[in-house]
Design a protein around this ligand. Structure first.
Ligand code: ADP
Ligand code: MG
Length: 241
């Protein structure tokens, strides 16, 4: 479904993503992990069209999408969440997701249909569908769910989930992981899931890629990642043997 090859992103003299290549099969959940600053969100921003690659290619269903505008990539079927949720504060929860549904359909659906898609997405992530709920006062867990609902409402075939566990407690993390698992299993949506911690992600994903300083240092099964010397060094600072 997705083929990333030799992907690079340079900010001035700094190489944030360095020759990253990977493939993604339809129906897969791929975990993309690595310490803070390792280039995970930048990789998402390149795939989703928020940033233009300095080099390399990104093919989605065989078509080159590197450098296309974010809205065009959304309309091709790639949805993404943002690490830092920024809802429209003057709109209700339901309206926030309705706007996303309307945008995802390129404005070609009725308001009623957009709202219907929004309600379905809110239900999927476990948020209230009532039109009177506001985003003010929503905690970290609810805001992360809102990010997911907004992305789902655009009806993606590929979902890029950036740090869905950030700021959550143990129980909330378990729930968020189940929601992602459900999105893949019940909706058949392919997922790339970014986290800086391994945690519950490792139980859910089919495969994991580890980034360090913008470079891919590991790709394989989660169980192998946990015992890989380079990965454990990055995560635990263990000396290489
Ligand atoms: N727009 C930008 N301009 C300059 N540097 C950036 C920009 N975006 C990210 N970076 C830098 O690129 C590196 C990777 O960032 P990021 O992809 O956000 O890391 P991660 O998501 O893995 O924590 C960091 O050193 C960050 O400071
Ligand atoms: Mg990030």
């Amino acid at each position: 479904m997705l083929a990333v090859e030799g992907l690079c992103k340079r900010f001035g003299g700094f190489l944030a993503v360095n020759e990253v290549s990977f493939d993604l099969r339809a129906g897969e959940i791929l975990g993309l992990i690595g310490p803070n600053g390792s280039g995970k969100s930048t990789t998402f921003n390149l795939i989703a069209g928020n940033l233009r690659p300095s080099a390399g290619s990104i093919r989605f269903d065989g078509r080159e999408i590197g450098g296309l505008a974010a809205h065009a990539i959304c309309h091709l079927g790639i949805g993404r969440t943002f690490q830092i949720p920024r809802p429209f504060r003057k709109l209700s929860l339901l309206e926030n997701v309705t706007v996303a549904a309307y945008h995802g359909a390129g404005g070609k659906i009725s308001r009623a249909e957009a709202q219907h898609r929004a309600e379905t997405a809110l239900e999927m992530v476990g948020l209230p569908v009532s039109s009177s709920v506001q985003t003010n006062g929503m905690g970290a867990a609810a805001l992360k769910k809102l990010e997911l609902a907004r992305a789902l409402a655009t009806k993606p075939r590929l979902l890029l989930a950036d740090e869905s566990l950030g700021g959550l407690d143990r129980e909330e993390m378990e729930h968020a992981a189940e929601v992602l698992d459900d999105i893949r299993n019940r909706l058949g949506i392919t997922i790339i899931w970014v986290e800086h911690i391994m945690g519950v992600l490792m139980r859910i994903v089919d495969r994991v890629i580890v980034l360090d300083h913008g470079e891919k240092i590991f790709e394989g099964k989660p169980a192998q990642a946990a015992v890989d010397p380079r990965v454990t060094e990055v995560y635990l600072g263990k000396a290489r043997t």
